[in-house]
Structures are given as structure tokens and as C-alpha cells.
Design a protein around this ligand. Structure first.
Ligand code: ADP
Ligand code: FBP
Length: 397
């Protein structure tokens, strides 16, 4: 059976606006045949435009009974709002979140679709930065990578490359001057090696820029200043003030080039699993869940769980410690202090939402729900899951 031949997708304005635009396209096998080989999206995308009432009106008017919503942290929040409204109206509609963002900022799951590809593609920029930097005296290759609030791409690209001397992420505020500061470290590396590579996530150091802005995009995300340009200028100024030599700094911003490429093989396989699992969940009558791997097992996760908090690099965790020992960069802050601030997550047993439950017992059905493992290994005989929802993927590596 070719399920796709019955399906239509909302376009062309893209994103949530697409729900209440008039146009749709059929998603048959011919249309989707080679989309995994292309970057971008055939559905279109947009910031803002989430109007829960209009969206659910459209779902209701068109008689849609399964909704698959693809995107990052903000998109999952939008999906949660749609699910709540669908539930309030008692509609027989499954709402399924598909975690897609290169930033990897979706909580609970091991990684989001696109992240692996972004880390791999970032290697090309880092390699270029390294080649340029080591070819000249006092060479610095500075690479900016995406990551508005989460520094995962920068962290993993640094760990994968091993050519990076300094990695700056939004989760670690850094300082330029004085003992343990960035200037001191850069001076030392250039003195010792004659060149260095810096990777900076786009959300890092925003608080340092005098011109920092409170402006927001249509989705409510803070509009960021270009930390790469700012840091380039600061380093050049520092060098010209304190040394009698010139600094050869090459700034590379590959951010949109990275986001625009087709997904790699590993992400393609992941995508297949997301598609199959999401469909199985909806067909089994579950709703209000996001699909994704948790500690290596594909699970249905109540959307409300993945939207409770964003997934950010835990700098008290082993992975960041590994990065620090690999680059030998300054820690900038005392990890112990951060450690005490991080709330520890506990094992949870919750109940997953089923469409049938919503109709039979709406009031007693918690909207929190549970994780439900696709292979059943993490569930008990009652179908309830007992999965540690702490995102501890790092600790097992
Ligand atoms: N709290 C929220 N409630 C409803 N919709 C939201 C919420 N946060 C974001 N959205 C919507 O989700 C969509 C995507 O959010 P955005 O932050 O731009 O991207 P991402 O999904 O990659 O995080 C936008 O249309 C935005 O309006
Ligand atoms: O300029 P735009 O299109 O708003 O995109 C920039 C933002 O996209 C992000 O990469 C997130 O993109 P995705 O959620 O599509 O992966 C952020 O890191 C970045 O701030």
C-alpha cells in the first residue's frame, strides 16, 4: 500500500502559516522520490505565524486526522499548543512532532535530525580555517557555527576535528582580558604554535557586545549580533595594541552553507526511522508525542516533555570536560558552581496519550504522558515506560 498517495501537505508559505494558506500539494511517491538528496525543504519554512485557533480550524475543516509537524524546539512548542487545542475540541486527530534542527536543542532525545550532517559539514570549514592559519605567521582561523542558545554543533565539530584550539559556546560566558581570559590564551597559543583555530557558536558572547540587542524575530528568538565579526575585530585591536607584529586572521562564516546541504547517510537512516516510528505511533492511536531516540532506543515522548526546557550543553558533564582536555582552553568559569545549579532529572513513569483515552477519560488523562519505546524493551507489561529521561547520552560514551 502506498500511503503517501493519499496524503497532502500544506504549502507554499511554509511553516505554521502553511496550515491556513489555501494551497496544498499531494505528497505521492513521485513527489518525495528524491527529496532526501536535496537540501532545504519542499514544504517551505517560516518564523512566527503560529495561530493555534486558525491552525486547528483548518485541520478540522479539512477533516485531517494525522498531523506531522517537523522542526526544532519552537516548532515542538507549537505542536504542543496544537495538540492541546485538538484535545480541548475532542477531535480525532493524532499530532506527532518530528525533531528536525541542526542545533540539537530539543530536550530528552539523543539528537535531532540534521545535527550529524551539520557537524560533518562544519569539518570542511574548520579544515579550511586550519589550512589558512598554519600557512602564515600569527595565523588565526576563526569559524562561526550555528547554535543560537545551544553550542552542540560547535562542541561536536571541535571534538571531531581536533584542529580546534578554542571553542566558544553560548552556555559558557567568556571574558577577554586578564588572567584566564581569551587574550591570554590566544597569545600563548600563537607564541607556542604560531597559529590557532577558534570555533565560535553564533549565540556565544552576546552579552559582551556593547551593541547587544533585545530585538526578536517573528518566532520570538533573540536577534543575534555577529560574534565572529566582533571577535575578529577585538583580536586584531588587541594584537596591534600589545604586539609589534601583525595578526593574520581569516574569518569564515559557513553557517547557511552548512544548513543548506543535503543530509548525510547517517541522518538519512535516522530520518527513515523517524518517519516509520511516527507513522506507527499515529496508526496505533497515540497522539501528542514527539518521536526520537532516547538512550539509543526509539521512543514516543509526550510533546510536553520535550518542550519543558531547551536542550543545552551541560558544561558540568563529561563531554564538555573532554572538549576542555582536548583543546586545553581556559574553562572560563567554575564548573562546580554550574554543577550545583543544574537540576538533576529523575526517572519518571508517566502515561502516554492515546486518542481513545482522550475520548473515554479526558479529565483523568495527564497531558504529561510517558516515553514509550518502539521496540518495547523499555516498557513494562502494562505498556508503561520506565525510561530515564535524563539526556545522558554522553555518559555512556
Ligand atoms: N511557545 C510557542 N507556542 C506556539 N508556537 C511557537 C512557540 N514557539 C515557537 N513557535 C512557532 O514555532 C515555529 C518555529 O519556531 P522557531 O523558533 O522559529 O524555530 P525552531 O522550530 O527551529 O526552534 C514558528 O512558527 C513559531 O512561531
Ligand atoms: O536566519 P534564520 O533563517 O532565522 O536562521 C538562523 C537560525 O537557524 C538556526 O540554525 C536554527 O535552524 P534550524 O532550527 O532550522 O535547524 C539557529 O541556530 C539560527 O540562529
Amino acid at each position: 500500500m502506498h500511503l503517501f498517495s493519499y496524503w497532502r501537505a500544506f504549502v507554499p508559505q511554509g511553516g505554521y502559516r502553511g496550515f491556513y494558506s489555501r494551497n496544498t500539494v499531494p505528497l505521492n511517491l513521485k513527489v518525495v522520490n528524491d527529496i532526501h538528496k536535496r537540501g532545504g525543504t519542499i514544504l517551505g519554512t517560516s518564523r512566527g505565524g503560529h495561530d493555534t485557533t486558525k491552525i486547528v480550524n483548518s485541520i478540522e475543516d479539512r477533516g485531517i486526522n494525522q498531523v506531522y509537524i517537523i522542526g526544532g524546539d519552537g516548532t515542538q512548542k507549537g505542536a504542543a499548543a496544537i495538540f492541546e487545542e485538538v484535545k480541548r475540541r475532542r477531535l480525532k486527530v493524532s499530532v506527532v512532532g518530528i525533531p528536525k534542527t541542526i542545533d540539537n536543542d530539543i530536550a530528552v532525545i539523543d539528537r535531532s535530525f540534521g545535527f550529524d550532517t551539520a557537524v560533518e559539514e562544519a569539518q570542511r570549514a574548520i579544515n579550511a580555517a586550519h589550512t589558512e592559519a598554519e600557512s602564515v605567521h600569527n595565523g588565526i582561523g576563526l569559524v562561526k557555527l550555528m547554535g543560537r542558545y545551544s553550542g552542540y554543533i560547535a562542541m561536536y565539530a571541535t571534538l571531531a576535528s581536533r584542529d580546534v584550539d578554542l571553542c566558544l559556546i553560548p552556555e559558557v560566558p567568556f571574558h577577554l582580558e586578564g588572567e584566564g581570559g581569551l587574550y591570554e590564551f590566544v597569545d600563548k597559543r600563537l607564541r607556542e604554535n604560531g597559529h590557532m583555530v577558534i570555533v565560535v557558536a553564533e549565540g556565544a558572547g552576546q552579552e559582551l557586545m556593547e551593541t547587544s540587542t533585545q530585538a526578536r524575530d517573528a518566532s520570538g528568538n533573540q536577534l543575534l549580533r555577529d560574534i565572529g565579526l566582533w571577535l575578529s575585530q577585538k583580536l586584531k585591536d588587541h594584537y596591534s595594541k600589545t604586539k609589534n607584529e601583525s595578526l593574520n586572521l581569516k574569518y569564515i562564516d559557513p553557517t547557511y552553507m552548512i544548513r543548506a546541504i543535503p543530509s548525510n547517510a547517517s541522518d538519512n537512516v535516522y530520518c527513515t526511522l523517524l518517519a516509520q516510528s511516527g507513522l506507527h505511533g499515529a496508526m496505533a492511536g497515540y497522539t501528542g508525542f514527539t518521536i526520537g531516540p532516547v538512550n539509543g532506543r526509539h521512543a514516543f515522548i509526550p510533546i510536553s516533555r520535550v518542550t519543558e526546557r531547551p536542550n543545552r550543553v551541560n558544561i558540568a558533564d563529561r563531554m564538555w570536560a573532554r572538549l576542555l582536555s582536548s583543546t586545553n582552553q581556559p574553562a572560563f568559569i567554575n564548573a562546580d558552581k554550574i554543577n550545583n545549579k543544574e537540576p538533576k532529572e529523575e526517572k519518571q513513569v508517566l502515561v502516554l496519550n492515546k486518542l481513545s483515552d482522550i475520548f473515554t477519560n479526558l479529565d483523568s488523562n495527564s497531558s504529561n504522558g510517558s516515553l514509550w519505546s518502539m521496540d518495547g524493551a523499555a516498557t513494562d507489561s502494562t505498556g508503561k515506560a520506565n525510561v530515564n529521561t535524563t539526556k545522558e547520552n554522553e555518559s555512556s560514551q
